[in-house]
Design a protein around this ligand. Structure first.
Ligand SMILES: Cc1cc2nc3c(=O)[nH]c(=O)nc-3n(C[C@H](O)[C@H](O)[C@H](O)COP(=O)(O)OP(=O)(O)OC[C@H]3O[C@@H](n4cnc5c(N)ncnc54)[C@H](O)[C@@H]3O)c2cc1C
Length: 382
């Protein structure tokens, strides 16, 4: 039985691993290291209610201080891990060396940034990954402000919706032929295109950002189609990269994420990983999943396996996104589908898009359709 477990990353997966270790009866020491200076908190509201000022900062926290005290989980929220000394079985932090019997990496991901020459010297470019980012962005979401959102994935669309609700005028540009190109089928994209257009968001698809220039307090963006847009703020949501540098420096396998086996173990039997930072095999290919339910599930599996359960992890993916008055709920993984079937339509308030490979249902996007979502979850065994 291990005695000392160190968790790097005080986020969703880190907390889920720590809580499950205690729940499963682990009586040794648990130390959770964070680099944001904050106790674990929810990220989804950062692009939704929190960004709109409808949720206070203290409501973001998962647990109060009493929980950590009671569970004897030592959280060091401002003590980043800077190196793993595998030979010594120690994590080197900004303050000390901590020895571990097992180490769990739950380091999450960080936004992909614009190329440095494009962004050089421009202060009103924003990314959105953590609370500090949201606090910085929030004042730009106001009546009369002009916002340019770069990237038509879920985070970009959610920020566009929040900004519009706050009274800003919003243009969203997507380099791919359409919004949600990587993550959803055309009917889902069409629903959101219509929704955003109806609410006054200007969506420009199939055109990338080529240049940014500062123009007084404003930024002027040049697009590949030759158009120019002036904005008070540019929000970039073009995807994330897993935080895998600690693992890489320690010589663990990293292939677009920290590679873990079915049990959540890295290529070192004493080091495990969970959440957004991991990549793992699913139906014959290496995948990454960026979602809260996956981060929790995988971290809880890791916790049990650290204690010897030997249980393989099979993701039970689901996800949600809130934009204006629409709730999207996704069940399953829509990878490798060969056809989609839609019920309802973009003009209607609810719609369901089902993804199939042959006759096998892989995933469902449910728009304002909680009942179909629950049915799909059952059908998919999630
Ligand atoms: C704006 C936004 C909206 C989202 N909306 C949704 C949604 O609606 N639904 C959904 O399912 N998912 C959503 N997600 C995704 C979801 O939040 C993530 O999938 C989830 O947080 C992943 O958990 P994690 O623990 O792997 O990573 P994180 O929650 O990112 O936690 C990782 C932590 O580790 C820290 N860290 C990194 N390196 C070190 C180090 N060396 N030392 C110490 N600490 C370190 C990081 O700073 C971070 O605090 C959203 C994400 C964002 C950013």
């Amino acid at each position: 039985m291990p005695r000392r477990i160190v968790i790097v990353g005080a986020g969703q997966a880190g907390l889920a691993a720590a809580a499950k270790l205690r729940q499963a009866g682990f009586a040794g020491s648990i130390t959770m290291l964070g680099d944001e200076g904050l106790m674990p908190y929810q990220r989804p509201p950062l692009s939704k209610a929190y960004l709109l000022g409808k949720l206070e900062a203290d409501r973001l926290s998962y647990r109060n201080e009493e929980f950590y005290r009671h569970e004897e989980i030592e959280v060091a929220p401002g003590e980043a891990a800077v190196e793993i000394d595998r030979a010594a079985g120690e994590v080197v932090t900004t303050l000390r060396r901590i020895s571990y019997d097992h180490l769990v990496l739950a380091t999450g991901a960080r936004p992909i940034e614009l190329p440095a020459p494009m962004a050089a010297g421009i202060s009103n470019i924003f990314y959105l990954r953590n609370r500090a980012d949201a606090d910085r962005l929030r004042p730009s979401l106001k009546q009369g402000a002009r916002l340019l959102v770069v990237g038509g994935g879920y985070v970009g669309l959610e920020v566009a919706a929040a900004a519009r609700q706050a009274g800003a005028s919003v243009t969203l540009v997507e380099m791919a032929p359409r919004i949600l190109n990587r993550v959803a089928a055309e009917p889902t994209a069409a629903y959101f295109r219509n929704l955003h257009s109806a609410k006054g968001v200007e969506i420009r698809e199939g055109t990338g950002l080529t240049e940014l220039t500062v123009d007084g307090a404003r930024v002027t963006a040049s697009l590949a189609d030759g158009s120019r847009h002036s904005a008070d703020a540019v929000v970039v949501g073009i995807g994330v990269r897993p935080n895998a540098s600690l693992a890489m420096q320690a010589g663990l396998a990293v292939e677009g994420g920290i590679v873990v086996d079915a049990f959540g173990r890295t290529t070192d039997p004493h080091i495990w990983a969970a959440g957004d930072c991991t990549t793992f095999e699913y139906d014959g290919e290496m995948i990454r999943i960026e979602s809260v339910p996956h981060a929790i599930d995988q971290a809880e599996h890791v916790a049990r396996n650290v204690l010897g359960a030997g249980r393989a992890y099979r993701p039970r993916p689901w996800f949600w996104s809130d934009q204006f008055d629409t709730k999207l709920q996704i069940a399953g993984l829509n990878r490798g589908y060969d056809r989609v079937q839609s019920a309802g339509g973009p003009a209607e308030s609810s719609m369901t898009i089902s993804y199939f490979l042959g006759e096998r249902l892989l995933a469902v996007d449910c728009l304002n359709d909680a009942r179909s979502f629950m049915q799909a979850k059952r059908q998919l065994g999630l």
